[in-house]
Design a protein around this ligand. Sequence first.
Ligand SMILES: NC(=O)NCCC(=O)O
Ligand SMILES: [Zn+2]
Ligand SMILES: [Zn+2]
Length: 484
Amino acid sequence: MTTVIKGGTVVTADLTYKADVLVDGGKIIEIGEGLSGDTVLDATGCYVMPGGIDPHTHLEMPFMGTYSSDDFESGTRAALSGGTTMVVDFVLPSPDQSLLQAMDMWHNKSGRASCDYSYHMAITWWGEQVFDDMKTVVQEKGINSFKHFMAYKGALMVNDDEMYASFQRCAELGALPLVHAENGDVVAELQAKLMAAGNDGPEAHAYSRPPEVEGEATNRAIMIADMAGVPLYVVHTSCEEAHEAIRRARQNGKRVYGEPLIQHLTLDESEYANPDWDHAARRVMSPPFRNKKHQDSLWAGLAAGSLQVVATDHCAFTTEQKRYGVGDFTKIPNGTGGLEDRLPMLWTHGVGTGRLTPNEFVAVTSTNIAKILNCYPKKGAVLVGADADLIVWDPEAEKTIMASKQVSAIDYNVFEGKKVKGLPRYTLTRGFVAVEDGTLKAQEGHGEFVKREPFHAVNKALSTWKELTAPRKVERSGIPASGV
Ligand SMILES: NC(=O)NCCC(=O)O
Ligand SMILES: [Zn+2]
Ligand SMILES: [Zn+2]
């Protein structure tokens, strides 16, 4: 049974042209004019684009004494409803747990996914077993990226020596290290100081994580990655200090990627001053929301190419869960949602305002991500042979974001009341029509695990350069006798 998307304009990261797209067996089989198929999807007035890829989600994440409330079932349904057709989640091994066992646990959870998914592996502790498991994870299990938390002291945080060891291992295996870049030691000190002064509300969360802690850690991670000879991906880049470090590194030839979140691009720190405790606590995430100066920096980075992708870090906690932190802001579970709103919000505030072109929109929501994570052109492309993960995007469709109408399992939405213009008319996940005329028809269990190969061209180029410039002993004849 073939499906044809007819009458639309194909928009990719680098081309815009009128064409029909024919799909069969979950793949794109033909692109051209005048195509026909068994099922016809009308794309008149719409853009046909690669489905969104969210490179940063935490579905059913064990964190801060609870679990994030969207799991692979509700989370991937939310994703599809907003035009995202692949999510990349984080496997989080417990202390001393093998990476392989942790990955099995994630596979048990992800069986309910209705769109495709992949994983990053988190390095949450260090030892011989982790060193050995990393090889199996890369060479046999299809994961080529490893996350390092430089914050959350006493929980997920790793120290510089562990990070350097892991980065070197990534270099050997052709993998990509990721960092949550905040100085966890300084954050812990600031948290204690604020609490001691009676500053226990959600606004203190933002005071405990100023841009400097992020800028410092981003610089440090970049230098450590350079010494280890690996590329680096910095997650949830939220401020000019971190962006400046990434920009400077890239200008110096370092292979560093930066990932702003849709929340940081469109919401600001004034949210924490809201007199309603729940309102402010629902927006507690790390790094916190920043001011307009930082937002402008992130938008400029996307346009300039110094920042490459837009994610959500979707980690949704209910109001009840957020209230674990009443009287102690350090106990408010960190995280916000955004999976179903990322594309409409970015289109509205990016393309709708002229800060991004439609092609740049595709690049930062899909194609760049697939390229960096090494699953392009299976994902992130409108090409013959690519997976038919596609959105038929209606630039005129409008809605007001409301928790009461969302797919996500939580009881509020950080974008509540925002008007968006630009929504999926159809969302296809490997050819299956999961959003039809704006109505969600996702199929539980349809999602498949996407294996990603190591040794991206960037890893190869970097290791070639490192080998060429490695320290070499100078062979000398006629060494003088020791002066002792
Ligand atoms: N970002 C956040 O606050 N929660 C999710 C975990 C993380 O990415 O740091
Ligand atoms: Zn993080
Ligand atoms: Zn995260």
